[in-house]
Design a protein around this ligand. Structure first.
Ligand code: UDP
Length: 249
């Protein structure tokens, strides 16, 4: 990011990643439930985002929608994939509204912006306006993924991180990093502390879906993978602490 974009509060310059894009999947907001939102989990994530902002970090968030609807899963003979994906993108807007309100309740101003314009519900996404919100200390919750069917919110996260000149993508998952094999199935699976994009590609490790990962590599964006269930894990990942895998150029 250039200097004109780096107007965060004093202290931000001591952070390893002064501006971050946090990817929060729909599943992360579901907590122990099988569907939808789990309010205590949403509040805990929002408090963590607010705490990170209060440390001086500029925080953008891309939310998923898998806790409500995934296009590929509901598409079929009677429902075109593009329509199903539009429904999935609308699901992310619901999550964004819940998260926006929870961040504000945690004492930090927040703004939802949607890639699918619905101005009576939240702001339409516009890069310059999103940058303005970030510089003014607002947590920006980005909904609607890329705004296009056939993509995922992981791709949306990397895309927004690149255009908003974020210093890292923090990918909040169910696992505390990237492993050599599925740790649930293979007791010999080892967790990587650090990897380059090229190493992750050569080892065929699943960090993000292929389109998202290719864009992160192209944009030389660091990706930090960590388990969101740990308390304050978002802040820990952003300040370079906690268990995580860092994928960097
Ligand atoms: N989606 C889409 N384009 C995008 C982002 C999302 O069509 O750019 C749709 C797609 O149907 C996807 C759903 O929205 O299944 C929810 O997003 P995602 O599966 O990425 O959510 P997560 O797994 O992160 O909860």
């Amino acid at each position: 990011m250039d200097d004109s974009d780096r107007l965060g509060p004093a202290g931000a310059e001591t952070l390893p990643y002064p501006r971050v894009l946090v990817k929060v999947s729909g599943e992360a907001l579901m907590g122990p439930e099988a569907f939808g939102l789990h309010p205590p989990t949403v509040s805990a994530i929002a408090r963590d985002l607010a705490a990170l902002r209060e440390r001086g970090c500029e925080v953008a968030v891309v939310v998923g929608g898998g806790n409500i609807l995934r296009g590929a899963r509901v598409a079929g003979e009677d429902l075109a994939r593009a329509t199903a994906d539009n429904m999935g993108m609308l699901a992310t807007v619901m999550n964004a509204l819940a998260l926006e309100q929870a961040v504000e309740k945690a004492g930090v101003p927040a703004r939802s912006m949607s890639a699918i314009a619905m101005p009576t519900v939240c702001e339409p996404y516009a890069r310059q306006q999103a940058l303005r919100h970030l510089r003014r200390g607002r947590v920006v919750v980005l909904a609607g993924g890329t705004g296009n069917p056939y993509f995922t919110t992981d791709t949306g996260a990397v895309l927004r991180a690149a255009e908003l000149e974020c210093d890292a993508v923090l990918k909040a998952t169910n696992v505390d990093g990237v492993y050599s094999a599925d740790p649930k199935r293979d007791p010999n699976a080892v967790r990587f502390a650090r990897l380059t994009h090229d190493e992750a590609l050569a080892k065929d490790l699943k960090v993000m879906d292929a389109a998202a990962f290719a864009l992160a590599r192209e944009a030389a964006l660091s990706i930090i993978v960590f388990a969101v269930q740990e308390p304050s894990s978002i802040t820990a990942a952003a300040i370079g602490e906690g268990r995580a895998t860092i994928v960097e150029p």
